[in-house]
Design a protein around this ligand. Structure first.
Ligand code: PLZ
Length: 438
């Protein structure tokens, strides 16, 4: 046992109390909701989770990129509590409040593109994607949606059709929606194509199968998250962008996982010179309070009629209060440079591990606090078993990692963007031990 193991883990994992709750879970919670990790969390602070048995875990998941500025972010939680005492709900589309407007104003200021922007707020990422598509269709009076493989956009009925993977998301859930055209993405590690080549391949496919005059929008994650931290080859997004502009196709960037500082820039699009017409955000925007948004060109955002967008909980005031605090922290001096430094430290550590295990770690990739390693078999094929074994070994040693990749072959790392060097080093040491044990 290493020092890390001794100090953080004090029972078997899962411990007795987690196992007790898991039994209740099996009895009362749908089997279809299936936690990736076996421990139940009692509290969290900064970048460390504590489970109901007193075990601690360095959090390299952040609830899939939500608690990007640390768990129980003090200022955001304080703002939410203060707002909760004033009012918790009125429904913006009945009796509006300023916080909603201020969040929209702030998003207009930070999203890519120097043009007039407006927003619509909602609660979840999938809802933001649904809204963005409604807006794009309404604006263009076209129906087709262009997406790429390995994409993930949510769990609602429309977004199920946008996801690459049928299982488990769509299994048994009935027919998926039409007018969705899925082309092959740029995947440098697997396809060896330049960004321009990959973009031309996708464009040719969409032109044939959808017909440009039928395409309302291109929906794309600038870096794919669930798909396995896939960074497109240079030139891919720019080439798609030029084509969309030429053809009047609305570009929707899904920055739900990559946005709001995750990659060391406020939006991942910025790394690629990508300037979407609409940007979907959610996850990290409000410290864990549910809030999402579509922000984009004012003339496009106004396409639906008055009353066409909203929902009971859309732009909840408590979540908006937390969001203002989070946006302040993201825009504060040094926040993005810390995220960049976090990424450099993680990537350097991962590259060292890759040098030690070159036949297992096929690829190391990422930007800022968004990294992945692609695990391969001897023949280069995806190695999901290694990912599962490493995730399991890591949690037993006090490190929470996420799986990813369409074949389950990618180990994903999304720590807080302000995590300390000490915790990064400890996490990398634990990962090293797990690799040695494999
Ligand atoms: N778009 C790029 O990453 C959510 C999924 C968790 P919601 N990813 C985590 C799970 O197993 O359901 C996500 C995303 C991207 C859209 C979404 C959807 O966001 O807030 O989960 O609806």
């Amino acid at each position: 046992m290493t020092a890390a193991t001794k100090t953080r883990i004090i029972t078997e994992v899962p411990g007795p109390r987690s196992r007790e709750i898991a039994e209740l879970k099996a009895e009362f919670v749908s089997r279809s909701v299936s936690p990736a990790l076996p421990v139940y969390i009692a509290s969290a602070e900064g970048s460390v989770l504590t489970d109901v048995d007193g075990n601690e875990f360095i959090d390299f998941g952040s609830g899939i990129g939500v608690t990007s500025l640390g768990h129980v972010n003090e200022a955001a939680v304080a703002a939410a509590i203060e707002q909760s005492k004033r009012f918790t709900h009125t429904l913006f589309s009945v009796t509006p409040y300023e916080l909603y407007v201020q969040v929209a104003r702030r998003l207009a200021g930070i999203t890519p593109g120097n043009f007039a922007k407006k927003s619509v707020l909602s609660s979840t990422g999938a809802e933001a994607i649904e809204n963005a598509i409604k807006i794009a269709r309404s604006h263009t009076r076209r129906n087709g949606i262009a997406v790429v493989d390995h994409a993930y956009h949510g769990r609602t009925n429309l977004t199920l059709g946008l996801n690459f993977k049928a299982s488990p998301y769509s299994t048994g859930a009935g027919p998926r929606p039409g007018e969705i055209y899925r082309a092959v993405n740029s995947y440098p590690f697997r396809d060896g194509l330049s960004g321009v080549e990959a973009a031309k391949r996708a464009i040719a496919y969409w032109e044939k199968t959808a017909g440009v005059e039928n395409l309302a929008c291109l929906l794309i994650e600038p870096i794919q998250g669930e798909g396995g931290i896939i960074l497109p080859a240079e030139g891919f997004l720019e080439t798609l962008q030029a084509w969309c502009r030429e053809q009047g196709i609305v570009i929707i960037a899904d920055e739900i996982q990559t946005g709001l500082g995750r990659t060391g820039a406020l939006f991942a699009s910025e790394h690629f010179g990508f300037e979407p017409d609409l940007v979907a955000t959610a996850k990290a925007i409000a410290a864990g309070y549910p809030l999402s948004a579509v922000t984009g060109r004012a003339e496009i955002m106004d396409a639906m009629p008055a009353g066409g967008l909203s929902g009971t909980f859309s732009g909840n005031p408590v979540a908006c209060a937390a969001a203002i605090e989070i946006l302040d922290q993201l825009e504060a001096e040094g926040a993005m440079s810390r995220a960049v430094a976090v990424g450099e430290r993680i990537q350097a550590g991962l590259r060292e591990l890759q040098a030690q295990y070159p036949s297992l770690i096929g690829d190391v990739r990422g930007l800022g606090a968004l990294h992945g390693i692609e695990l391969v078999n001897a023949d280069g094929s995806p190695n999901a078993a290694a990912q599962a074994a490493l995730s399991r070994a890591a949690i037993e040693r006090g490190l929470l990692l996420l799986g990813g990749g369409s074949d389950g072959q990618v180990l994903r790392m999304l720590p807080a963007i302000n995590i300390s060097d000490e915790l990064i080093d400890e996490a990398l040491a634990i990962l090293g031990e797990c690799l040695a044990a494999l």
